[in-house]
Design a protein around this ligand. Structure first.
Ligand SMILES: NC(=O)c1ccc[n+]([C@@H]2O[C@H](COP(=O)([O-])OP(=O)(O)OC[C@H]3O[C@@H](n4cnc5c(N)ncnc54)[C@H](O)[C@@H]3O)[C@@H](O)[C@H]2O)c1
Length: 287
């Protein structure tokens, strides 16, 4: 467990999924947290749970005006910002036409412009106080094809590179910038992409969690806290020499093709050699 006491963290998208899990990790590590989101009921519940150590602020991360107002309130309340976790997001609906330019622009605004807005209102505060840490949620969809639609994947690839470029620019102010690339984490994002209401999407997340142990080499479902712990590392003083990097927290899903870890997928390949099932099994066991 990293020590984040005396740190003030802004977490966007903290009302649900990865952001919510990260709030738990940060609170346990002693940080004061400002949660920026648009789910006011869940925000009020967070304030009731964490008392003076957490503030919820309604802010649409695509609105410059709402983001500016929210960051001012964070500084009024806590006096500083040590950590910014740019995490709020969602994806274009399943089956969106990849050439739908409006969807492309909307996704870019939600996933990339929002990160720049977060930085716009945080960097002056961090510069003035002598440093800080920014962590941006990218995705394995930003590293490899096949984990999201075109608009989403492009945007997440941009977040990885944006983190590098910003790290280069901001190191002089002792501000570090890193990206986190979650694998499959059962959250509401999937149901939302399928057109569920928020309540339905929350339920679907629980159903996905029951099945997600088969999705990657590590045979259990990923948890929002798995991401939260990695974010806590990047935010901590132990990472003071780490900037411009990305970390995939994905249960190994990006280590190689499915055939590299799943015997069933491997046997599809080995059958092409003419071996029968028994021979393939023997060969796999000997590896
Ligand atoms: N769940 C996964 O498998 C996965 C994998 C890779 C990356 N991610 C990324 O993780 C981040 C968090 O997603 P999640 O999976 O926890 O989903 P989620 O739906 O559970 O949480 C997203 C949160 O962002 C908030 N949000 C959405 N639009 C907003 C806006 N315009 N302004 C303010 N808040 C807004 C939502 O209200 C919600 O609380 C996203 O950036 C997502 O792309 C998720």
């Amino acid at each position: 467990m990293f020590d984040l006491s005396n740190k003030v963290a802004v977490i966007t998208g903290g009302c649900s999924g990865i952001g919510r899990g990260t709030i738990d990790v940060f609170r346990e590590a002693g940080a004061k947290v400002a949660c920026l989101d648009i789910q006011d009921e869940k925000g009020a519940a967070l304030e009731a749970q964490f008392g003076d150590n957490l503030i919820y602020l309604h802010a649409d991360v695509t609105s410059e005006q709402e983001m500016g107002a929210a960051f001012s309130k964070v500084v009024d309340r806590f006096g500083r910002i040590d950590v910014l976790f740019n995490n709020a997001g969602g994806t274009e609906g399943m089956g969106t036409d990849p050439y739908d330019i409006e969807a492309l622009d909307r996704t870019q605004k939600l996933l990339v412009t929002s990160v720049i807005l977060g930085m716009k209102f945080t960097v002056p505060v961090m510069t003035e106080q002598g440093g800080g840490a920014i962590v941006n949620t990218a995705s394995i969809a930003g590293l490899q094809a096949g984990y999201g639609g075109l608009a989403y994947s492009l945007a997440k690839g941009s977040v990885v590179h944006l983190s590098r470029v910003a790290a280069a620019q901001l190191a002089q102010h002792k501000i570090r910038v890193n990206a986190i690339c979650p694998g499959l984490i059962p959250t509401s994002i999937f149901g939302r992409a399928l057109g569920d209401t928020i309540a339905e999407a929350d339920q679907r997340a629980a159903m996905i969690a029951d099945r997600a142990h088969e999705a990657q080499p590590i045979p259990r479902a990923g948890k929002p806290e798995d991401i939260g712990h990695a974010v806590a590392y990047f935010a901590s003083d132990e990472a003071s020499f780490v900037t411009g990097q990305f970390l995939a927290v994905d249960g190994g899903i990006t280590v190689g093709p499915r055939s590299s870890w799943d015997p069933e997928a491997a046997s599809v390949l080995w059958r092409t050699t003419g071996m029968d099932e028994e021979q393939i099994k023997e060969m796999m066991a000997s590896r």
